[in-house]
Design a protein around this ligand. Structure first.
Ligand code: AQP
Length: 338
């Protein structure tokens, strides 16, 4: 069984892009015939790299873990845990910091974007943590001998860096890490902001109308989709360059109804934008309805969610300890006393 690892940051509430670009695939993979050995993680240490409120981080971490369970992550099949509860993530990050170079980290586009996105942050006051984010991500992945990383398109560059670091480490210190590969969805790999369809939809974007949250009620979802920016003309056609707004809605519709883009495009080729948007809104509302219902039930039992996370952390720690002994030996650190 292929070992799969992926993570999600508790920087806010889960949004539709996270769901269709990543989480829905994690859920599907659990019951696929070529079943995988999957590990999913709420990466709270990553959420600390931009300005944040401690109480909000605690709440978002719990809500995101609850949402993953509501979305269908089955803790009896997959391993689900919170990153900071397994200390080896930070430990391996430090070791990999001595393999990664300043030059390659400086080229990461997400660092460039995020270092200007947050109010009050200037190039001088950006944290070292934000700069180091991709190294921590590499540590998350390499710590579990991961073979496959199911992620959205926005994380492609970070995944490439994880591969480079694994190969460089193996070359310098001997064969220690499995070199992982990214897997990307065919539809929904990059869901765009509804108000600004040339930027990706994000949890922490300053555009509440542009982002569909998984817990948005049907009226809010419908309002956001009906007020989505479309393009001049009236034709429903997939053309991301010239019609980014309509193409994004086609992408969303195809993803949530499990159809291909040409199929949904053909279905609406003669329709106006109004009817098309109403259909997209309805499809999104229906696909999120069961998730929202399960969330309500799970959120009413926080003790059970804590129990699942504690169990996950214990199992993850046992796997991570084995890899860390290998790493410590390779780089010349004394073994950790038992
Ligand atoms: N718009 C998107 N379309 C498709 N996939 C997406 N993902 C995120 N946004 C989209 C995928 O969701 C997974 C978890 O992402 P993350 O929370 O770890 O980090 P992110 O990519 O930075 O997500 P956000 O929502 O944009 O968070 P903020 O606003 O805090 O930066 C990843 O697999 C990602 O590819």
């Amino acid at each position: 069984m292929a070992r799969v690892f992926s993570g999600i940051k508790p920087t806010g509430e889960m949004q539709l892009g996270n769901y269709v670009g990543a989480v829905r695939r994690w859920v599907a993979q659990q019951h696929a015939p070529d079943q995988v050995d999957a590990i999913y993680c709420v990466v709270d240490l990553h959420a600390m790299t931009v300005p944040y409120d401690p109480a909000e981080l605690t709440g978002s971490t719990r809500r995101l873990a609850t949402m993953l369970l509501a979305a269908g992550i089955d803790p009896d099949v997959s391993l689900l845990f919170v990153q900071s509860q397994v200390s080896q993530h930070a430990e391996l990050c430090w070791i990999l910091n001595n393999v990664a170079t300043f030059g390659e980290l400086r080229r990461m586009t997400q660092f460039k974007d995020k270092s200007v996105q947050h109010s009050g942050v200037t190039p001088e006051s950006v944290t070292a943590g934000l700069f180091d984010y991709p190294v921590l991500m590499a540590a998350d992945i390499l710590l579990y001998d991961t073979e496959e990383v199911p992620i959205g398109d926005d994380q492609r560059q970070h995944l490439e860096l994880s591969r480079d670091l694994a190969m460089r480490f193996n070359h310098r210190f001997g064969n220690t890490f499995v070199v992982p590969k990214g897997t990307f969805p065919t539809t929904g790999a990059r869901i765009m902001d509804l108000q600004n369809p040339t930027s990706k939809m994000s949890k922490s974007a300053d555009s509440p109308l542009g982002t569909i949250l998984l817990l948005d009620d049907p009226a809010a979802i419908t309002k956001k989709i009906k007020s989505a920016v479309t393009d001049s003309g009236s034709e429903v056609r997939y053309d991301p360059e010239n019609k980014p707004g309509v193409s994004n809605l086609l992408e969303i519709l195809a993803a949530v109804t499990d159809q291909t883009i040409p199929t949904v495009e053909a279905e609406f080729s003669g329709s106006g934008y109004g009817a098309f948007k109403a259909a997209v809104a309805e499809a999104v509302v229906e696909s999120l309805r069961p998730v929202q219902k399960r969330y309500e039930t799970l959120a009413a039992d926080p003790v059970e969610v804590e129990r699942i996370l504690a169990n996950g952390a214990q199992r993850a720690e046992a796997l991570a300890a084995v890899v860390m002994q290998r790493v410590r030996r390779a780089v010349g650190l004394l073994p950790r006393p038992l």
